[in-house]
Design a protein around this ligand. Structure first.
Ligand code: NAP
Length: 281
């Protein structure tokens, strides 16, 4: 069994991004820039945003932090996004979710210009991925694909089972696996017999947000198991997969932490660099 080491690969990707930004500076080009908007004081969101800021700073990407009060109106937030959309020195814009309840997440994320939508949550970006066209890929599924690629895990012709159908993880994950030639099944809470599907999987992606949902008897011998879940069990971070039991049967498996999480952050940097290069063209 091989551990899919997302922490290590993410560090390698950050190193590659830092080399690129140093080269841009040496060529006299402007610095790539990511604008992050945080509304309110959700403690988890504050940590995520701080991590994104630190990732930018350590890789030579300019980080433009916009911290707004929880009372910010939709009009104020949309007008900030408009200003960042019009600012030619800004390459990527990310609004940290969830937003306070009085703000419409769909309206807000759709306001980000497609060429700056580095989180790739907009209908336009997801539509392009669905059509198999070149587009920003949502960071978590993109990170999973990059991890599989790094370990030379070929998706072509494989039975891929995704547990979860959310717009930010499950659905785009299924689309990227399909584009890579996998035969894809998507499971959710209405799936009649979850283990029937998971046991067939050559590549199993668990993205349900339920601790220990995937037990050892639910996976096939030799399966590749990717655990996207981030849950708290007795205060300790864990995934959706019973790691000890599933690792005994898996050929490859991601740990939690140290698997998909760091890859998600690294892919945001990659998308920002892609946006930057598109803007320089
Ligand atoms: P979400 O919006 O709550 O979606 C969860 C999905 O899982 C839903 O489609 C739900 O089905 C399905 N599901 C829940 N319980 C299930 C069960 N018992 N059997 C089968 N399907 C089940 O969550 P999300 O945003 O996609 O995130 C999923 C997990 O990934 C969370 O733990 C989240 O924290 C984590 N995450 C991690 C990263 C990372 O970087 N590592 C990034 C994003 C998210 P229905 O549609 O039928 O309700």
């Amino acid at each position: 069994m091989t551990i899919l080491d997302g922490k290590n690969l993410a560090a390698k990707i950050r190193g590659e991004v830092a080399v690129k930004t140093a080269a841009y500076a040496a060529e006299g080009k402007r610095q790539p820039c990511l604008a992050v908007i945080l509304v309110g004081e959700d403690p988890a969101s504050q940590i995520y945003v701080r991590n994104k800021h630190n990732d930018c700073v350590t890789t030579g990407i300019k980080s433009l932090m916009n911290t707004l009060s929880a009372e910010t109106t939709e009009e104020e937030l949309l007008s900030l996004i408009d200003r960042l959309n019009d600012d030619d020195s800004v390459d990527g814009i990310l609004v940290q979710l969830p937003l306070p309840r009085h703000l419409n997440e769909t309206k807000v994320t759709e306001r980000i210009r497609a060429d700056k939508d580095v989180d790739a949550f907009s209908a336009y970006n997801v539509g392009k991925i669905t059509l198999g066209r070149d587009a920003f890929k949502p960071c978590t599924p993109y990170g999973v694909m990059r991890l599989l690629e790094e370990y030379n895990i070929d998706v072509k012709g494989k039975e891929c089972v995704v547990v979860g159908r959310s717009n930010i993880v499950g659905k785009p994950m299924a689309l990227l696996l399909l584009a890579a030639g996998g035969t894809v099944t998507v499971c959710h809470t209405k799936t009649a017999d979850l283990s029937f599907h998971t046991r067939r999987a050559d590549i199993l992606i668990a993205a349900a947000g339920r601790a220990d949902l995937i037990t050892g008897d639910m996976v096939k011998e030799g399966a590749v198991i990717v655990d996207v879940g981030m849950n708290r069990k007795d205060g300790v971070l864990c995934g959706d997969v019973d790691y000890a039991a599933c690792a005994e049967k898996a050929s490859y498996i991601t740990p939690v932490p140290g698997g998909v999480g760091p890859m998600t952050r690294a892919m945001l940097l990659e998308n920002t660099i892609t946006a930057y290069n598109n803007h320089l063209k």
